[in-house]
Design a protein around this ligand. Structure first.
Ligand SMILES: Cc1cc2nc3c(=O)[nH]c(=O)nc-3n(C[C@H](O)[C@H](O)[C@H](O)COP(=O)(O)OP(=O)(O)OC[C@H]3O[C@@H](n4cnc5c(N)ncnc54)[C@H](O)[C@@H]3O)c2cc1C
Length: 337
């Protein structure tokens, strides 16, 4: 039997890549340094908030996603039928430091009743056990070649799909034999950091909105009403910082909370105070630009395919691009075997 394909990264691009390979009967091993799949489609469970909302999950990574690609839309429709996803809203408000300006119609944004991590989890759960091995809480720091195979943490693989932000991938490509893969990432754009401020209140004390794009603000860019997003009407907001604010507070994210809460209050003008807050840091939240190619692929040691995928490909930098990129790379790797 031929060697399995290693997938580094259990975000949506890695899981989409796994699904494409497995649908062609190729076995895979998925490595992720997290304790579960999801990556930047991330949720946190509220604990010790002093409110009745403990135990509830909050989306702390991507706010939502859109689905324009037909194949991705088919996957999304199925997950919606299964109750994993829901159509959240096509109307996001616009606001600035003077307050909420008004609604803006756009494409349908999808969300998940149990948080967006549950979407990646559902896709991972649907992979057949006999063709997939998960290795969680494993940090891949090196990829080598030995005896005609790729070697990751002592295991041999026939090919690899590297599905994570470019800066994270570059840390595992130090060996000279990986030079062709490093070259695929040589044109990498800047990756912006973002801080996500989670605020929990005792009650909803603001005007009705699903989300707010905050214009021309030095501190915040977006406010999500997590209660409307999740569909449980709970009084939880998630506010995203600008990249400069995130960069200035990366080593101590909580120190950004006062300035972010002040900016949030100017836009939403809540009539009550948050009971609890926290700040989640994303050092590599998104690339500034996405390459138009769906993925990159290189041969190492003359015969071993190593591909790179994620939201810096397929037009990026969105969830949908990550799914398309991972799927296309999986298809290509299956054909090359
Ligand atoms: C704050 C924020 C807001 C966003 N808003 C939106 C939005 O509104 N709409 C939208 O469409 N998208 C949004 N996104 C982007 C969206 O989250 C990403 O496009 C998508 O999740 C990328 O998926 P991925 O699989 O390519 O990467 P990731 O989700 O980053 O997955 C990579 C995985 O690789 C793992 N990994 C990394 N390095 C290693 C290593 N050395 N060893 C083992 N495992 C490793 C990580 O643990 C992670 O699970 C947002 C992202 C953030 C952070």
């Amino acid at each position: 039997m031929s060697l399995p394909v290693a997938i580094v990264g259990g975000g949506i691009s890695g899981i989409a890549c796994a699904a494409a390979l497995i649908s062609r009967d190729v076995p895979v091993t998925i490595f992720d340094r997290g304790y579960r799949v999801g990556g930047r489609l991330a949720t946190q469970t509220l604990r010790d908030t002093g409110t009745s909302w403990d135990g509830r999950v909050v989306d702390v990574g991507a706010s939502y996603f859109t689905a324009h690609n037909d194949q991705f839309r088919a996957v999304v429709d199925l997950l919606e039928e299964q109750g994993v996803l829901r159509q959240w809203t096509d109307t996001i408000h616009v606001g600035d430091a003077t307050g909420i300006i008004g609604p803006k119609l756009g494409p349908m944004r999808f969300a998940a009743p149990a948080g967006l991590q549950s979407m990646v989890q559902a896709l991972a759960d649907q992979l057949p056990d006999e063709l997939v091995t998960f290795q969680h809480q494993v940090d891949v720091s090196d990829i080598d070649v030995s005896a005609g195979a790729l070697v990751i943490r002592g295991e041999q693989f026939g090919a690899a799909a590297l599905c994570a932000p470019d800066p994270q991938l570059l840390t595992m490509l130090d060996r000279p034999v990986m030079q062709p893969v490093r070259e695929l990432l040589a044109d990498s754009s800047m990756w912006e950091p973002v801080l996500a401020l989670i605020t929990v209140y005792n009650e909803v004390c603001w005007p009705e909105f699903d989300g707010i794009f905050v214009n021309d603000d030095a501190v915040i860019t977006f406010i999500a009403n997590d209660g409307s997003r999740r569909g449980d009407a709970s009084p939880v907001l998630v506010t995203h910082s600008t990249a400069p604010v995130a960069a200035a507070h990366l080593t101590a994210p909580l120190t950004a909370a006062p300035v972010m809460m002040a900016a949030l209050a100017e836009v939403v003008k809540p009539a009550c105070m948050p009971q609890w807050f926290n700040v989640k840091r994303w050092t590599y939240a998104r690339p500034l630009t996405g390459r138009s190619e769906p993925f990159g692929i290189a041969m190492v040691a003359n015969a071993l395919s190593v591909g790179v995928a994620g939201d810096s490909w397929a037009g990026g930098p969105r969830t949908e691009a990550a799914w398309v990129s991972g799927s296309e790379l999986g298809r290509a790797l299956a054909l090359l075997r």
